[in-house]
Ligand binder design. Structure first.
Ligand SMILES: C[S@@+](CC[C@H](N)C(=O)[O-])C[C@H]1O[C@@H](n2cnc3c(N)ncnc32)[C@H](O)[C@@H]1O
Length: 199
């Protein structure tokens, strides 16, 4: 069943942060962190083939370079991290919640960070994977190289709180990105590639 648009507080945050830097505040960050800290053990069990369909389809058809270093932003307990490790040359995980990131396999580089203010150099990232996670367009664009991509995906579409329709994801990313996407299973995905600019 679809959640009424914007009725869920987390949906409201999702939309506001996608369109405005001021949508994310210290208060919101602390509440979100507390919520996901409390959900970490349960989140680990939320793994099913159905939940992987959108990501699998994006990896198959999204045209992403395999010889890339991918940052999984808001990786949660790392339920899809092995899929990314199989696809990309290098995978690095990050999350706001200590309890979540502690559950990610020690085989992968992982760190605690707020995706709205990444401890990553400008124009240094090949691929950002953003699954069931907030979009911070300006910050994601800052860290991506020209030609680098954001793989945004939602496992369960509008049944989940942290969701935006793909057309809105493309709008929030702006003209700097060239986008393609598709529905897959109960979810959907979009790959936005940052175009090179010529001055
Ligand atoms: C809905 S869960 C999705 C987890 C994982 N991507 C998945 O699909 O299984 C959202 C995750 O994003 C993390 N998160 C939320 N806001 C964040 C932020 N500003 N920076 C980094 N991680 C964040 C949460 O702690 C949580 O682990």
């Amino acid at each position: 069943m679809a959640l009424a648009d914007d009725a869920h507080p987390m949906r409201k945050v999702t939309r506001e942060v996608a369109y405005s830097k001021s949508g994310w505040s210290r208060g919101r960050r602390d509440k979100v962190r507390e919520l996901f800290d409390s959900m970490a053990q349960e989140w680990r069990t939320k793994s099913s083939e159905g939940r992987l369909l959108a990501l699998r389809d994006a990896l198959e058809r999204g045209g992403l370079e395999r010889k890339a270093r991918c940052f999984e932003v808001g990786c949660g307990s790392g339920n899809v991290t092995s899929l990314l490790m199989d696809y990309f040359d290098q995978t690095v995980c990050l999350d706001l919640s200590f309890n979540m990131i502690s559950l990610v396999s020690q085989d992968v580089d992982r760190f605690l960070a707020d995706a709205s203010n990444l401890p990553i150099k400008d124009a240094s990232v090949d691929v950002l994977v953003v699954l069931n996670m907030f979009l911070f367009p300006e910050e994601y664009s800052r860290v991506l190289k020209a030609g680098g991509s954001i793989l945004w995906a939602s496992s369960d579409g509008d049944r989940t709180p942290i969701y935006l329709p793909p057309v809105e994801v493309a709008k929030a990313l702006g003209d700097e990105f060239s986008c393609l996407g598709a529905d897959a299973g109960q979810g959907c995905w979009l790959v936005g590639t940052k175009m090179a600019t010529f001055d």
